[in-house]
Ligand binder design. Structure first.
Ligand code: IFM
Length: 742
């Protein structure tokens, strides 16, 4: 089995959306879902650019679906190509993750005889504004007349919401189609240009339809000859990082968009593919990642690495990572704690520059975090639970689930009380610093972020029972609303406070001038001293929140480990679930990885088993973390089973699971569980440490780690583990408890 190929051997309309998500192509700047060129009911044809958000009146900001350029309708002898209504043979469709190319090949039994079709497409990794499509058409039985209609179509919406003004449409003398439009509220200018052509003599006409412009190419092709059609497209927006420091006008965006396309046209599909594939090759070679002995897990880890390269911007620190990456409009393109806790470790240890950019994005959100704290009567940095564009502030929708029978809408409290994200961000800052030693980042951003998040906790506590408590929160487990002293939140807040104490003497002068750091330190220290940290009860269980052990126990076997999530709602309403010892996702157990030193091995194992039984894994964030903590508890086989489930989130059998986009946290979590769970990767007292274990069913695995400028390859098989230095200076590290110099 080729680990770098995602494939479909039979066209099944049920899989249209899932394949669009998992096979999407992108480069961190933009992503194009792998929609088929011809239209089908149920498709979700999305092209998304990181940072192009818009908020219609009364709604929160969401990533706006851009005009589509994937479309291409083929007609042969007057018959339209369509895989549902016609006879299709020799079908195969793949995403070659090693080269970032989608390929579909088939033979269509048309009324004009058999036609061989091959579709190839990329989003260039080297020319980030460019997408390219190449279609090879070969009539096998007779000479044929071919018509191809392809263009730019702005009749796209975010599931019904139109974010753009009516477009200006143009066709230029050189056959370039242009479409210019603006987001309705946020005023982002977008230009899309495309050029269609064919390698055989053809006639070209231009048509328009509502909000769209097309090129219509017709040609005759002899039996056995191949006509090659090419469509190259460029996207440019006024939010592109190239214009970050200037006030750009629409004309400049249009001019640059045309120029990007003209440059691409000089290359053509094959050369564009070759240079992009070369960059992909470097990406794979720079940091090898493999699981041996288990084909599925190996494919899943390649899949994760592929998507981790297409979801994050490499050069723009004004954008984050969406919960669906850039693979779909799900979760409105917003960034959650998913980034810092699940995804960032991959970048920290393999692409530290990208990790820094992602943390700078959070730094740039500090003003929003300070404002949000004020709005709720607190101080310090209360980070938005959902982040979009820098000036959007909190983008968590206030409306929650709708009760269809009563018409009542449940208020969504996450933006207000799912506060652990502030500590998660501070935690991530420190993780980054530990692995990179990047003092420059800390001076410019990191210390301030740690200080202000810690200060937030000193205002978010309430004095109760002679101590400080954190009341009225939502913890990671979102099936529990408005709880007191969520163990996860309290411990992470404590960590954040202690971190602030630790860095106090490193706070640079400009921050000492900006803030009353002495006063802040006093409050931070006092809060840390008096903050309540839920301790294990007589059974050794750390209560997930106040009163947890008094809740009713229920048989979770009916609801967990099934194909569908949310099954519990068939038997219980949301309010009833509050009274049960059940959880949606990993919660307390996450502490055993994040703050493992604070708990004994015995405590970790007992709590892991207790909470796993009560967790429904209804969130894609759950399985990877259970695999990670399970591996750390030396429950290697259970962890491997959880890992398998985490790998199945996007590429498993469940057809609809990823319709709205891939699950970026789970994808980051797959790497996290491999490297930090099975591989035991961590930094202890400034020294890198790995202590790999090999679960049953795997014959080995390898991953790379970038630590303070040195890149290491960690390889494990049944004979043990070894560490090789790939580049950078010598490092003293700990391998399975023993110090060695690599
Ligand atoms: O951040 C998560 C949350 O923990 C569970 N619901 C989905 C969110 C986005 O992935």
């Amino acid at each position: 089995m080729n680990a770098f190929i995602l494939s479909e051997n039979r066209f099944d309309p049920k899989n249209i959306r899932k394949n669009e998500s998992i096979m999407c192509r992108g480069n961190g700047y933009m992503c194009v879902r792998a929609s088929l060129e011809e239209k089908y009911i149920g498709e979700q044809r999305n092209t998304l650019i990181n940072g192009v958000f818009n908020a219609p009146p009364g709604e929160v900001s969401e990533i706006a679906v851009l005009p589509d350029a994937t479309n291409c309708e083929i007609e042969i002898g007057g018959e339209r190509f369509d895989m549902i209504r016609t006879d299709i043979q020799e079908y195969s469709r793949i995403l070659d993750m090693k080269a970032g190319e989608g390929v579909r090949s088939l033979v269509w039994k048309s009324n004009s005889g058999r036609i061989r079709l091959e579709f190839k497409s990329i989003v260039s990794l080297t020319k980030k504004h460019i997408t390219a499509l190449k279609i090879s058409i070969t009539p096998l039985d007779q000479d044929t007349e071919i018509k191809i209609r392809a263009g730019i179509d702005a009749k796209v919406t975010n599931t019904g919401v139109q974010h753009f003004s009516a477009p200006v449409r143009r066709v230029y003398e050189d056959g370039i189609l242009g479409l210019y439009l603006k987001t309705l509220q946020s005023g982002v200018d977008v230009s899309v240009h495309c050029r269609c052509s064919c390698d055989k003599p053809y006639k070209e006409e231009y048509t328009t339809d509502r909000r769209s412009v097309y090129s219509c190419i017709s040609l005759s092709v002899k039996q056995g000859e191949t006509a090659i059609f090419q469509k190259l497209t460029s996207y440019a927006t006024s939010r592109d990082v190239e214009y970050a420091e200037t006030d750009v006008c629409p004309e400049t965006v249009n001019r640059d968009g045309t120029e990007y396309l003209k440059q691409a046209l000089l290359c053509g599909y094959d050369a564009l593919y070759a240079e992009s594939a070369e960059m992909w090759k470097k990406y794979w070679e720079q940091s090898p990642l493999e699981i041996c002995g288990s084909d599925f897990e190996n494919k899943a880890i390649s899949f994760a690495k592929y998507h981790l390269n297409v979801m994050a911007s490499k050069d723009d620190n004004r954008v984050g990572i969406g919960a669906k990456g850039l693979s779909g409009e799900g979760y409105k393109g917003h960034s959650f704690w998913d980034t810092e806790i699940f995804i960032l470790p991959y970048y920290i240890y393999t692409e530290p520059e990208t990790a820094r950019r992602l943390l700078e994005y959070r730094y740039k959100l500090l003003d929003s975090a300070l404002l949000k704290a004020k709005r709720y009567g607190f101080e310090g940095a209360m980070y938005p639970w959902e982040g979009a564009w820098l000036t959007d502030g909190e983008t968590c929708p206030e409306e929650g689930d709708l009760d269809l029978m009563t018409g009542e809408v449940r208020k969504n409290m996450m933006g207000e009380i799912e506060v652990h994200i502030s500590a998660d961000i501070a935690y991530a800052v420190w993780q980054y610093f530990q692995a990179t030693g990047d003092e420059d980042f800390m001076q410019h951003c990191g210390y301030e972020m740690i200080l202000l998040t810690a200060y937030f906790w000193s205002s978010r506590i309430a004095e109760k029972n002679g101590r400080y408590e954190i009341l009225g929160v939502i913890g990671p487990d979102e099936y529990k609303d408005n709880i007191d002293n969520n163990a996860y939140t309290n411990y992470m807040a404590f960590y954040n406070l202690k971190l602030a104490e630790k860095i106090m003497d490193k706070i640079p002068e400009h921050l000492r001038k900006k803030y009353d750091t002495q006063k802040m330190l006093c409050r931070i220290t006092e809060t840390a001293e008096r903050l309540y940290l839920p301790k294990a009860d007589k059974d050794g269980i750390i209560p997930a929140f106040d009163g947890y052990r008094d809740l009713e126990e229920t048989d979770t076997s009916k609801y967990k480990n099934r194909d569908k999530v949310g099954l519990i709602f068939k038997d219980y309403g949301f309010d009833e679930i509050q009274k049960l010892q059940v959880g949606k996702q990993a919660d307390t157990i996450m502490l055993f990885h994040l703050l493992g030193d604070m708990f004994s091995d015995e405590e970790i194992k007992r709590n892991y088993e207790f909470y796993e039984q009560r967790t429904l894994h209804d969130s894609s964030l759950s399985m990877c973390f259970h695999a990670l903590v399970g591996a750390k508890c030396a429950l290697a086989d259970e962890a491997a089973a959880m890992y398998h489930r985490a790998c199945s989130v996007d590429i498993g059998e469940n057809v609809n699971n990823s319709d709205e986009g891939i699950h970026s946290a789970s994808i980051g979590g797959i790497w996290l569980a491999l490297a930090m769970g099975f591989g035991g990767l961590c930094v202890e007292d400034g020294m890198l440490s790995v202590s790999p274990i090999l679960p049953k069913g795997w014959s080995g695995y390898r991953f790379t780690v970038c630590f303070c400028g040195t890149r290491l390859l960690i390889e494990t098989d049944s004979s043990g583990s070894q560490v090789k230095r790939l580049c950078g200076e010598e490092k003293e590290i700990r391998l399975s408890g023993k110090k060695l110099v690599v």
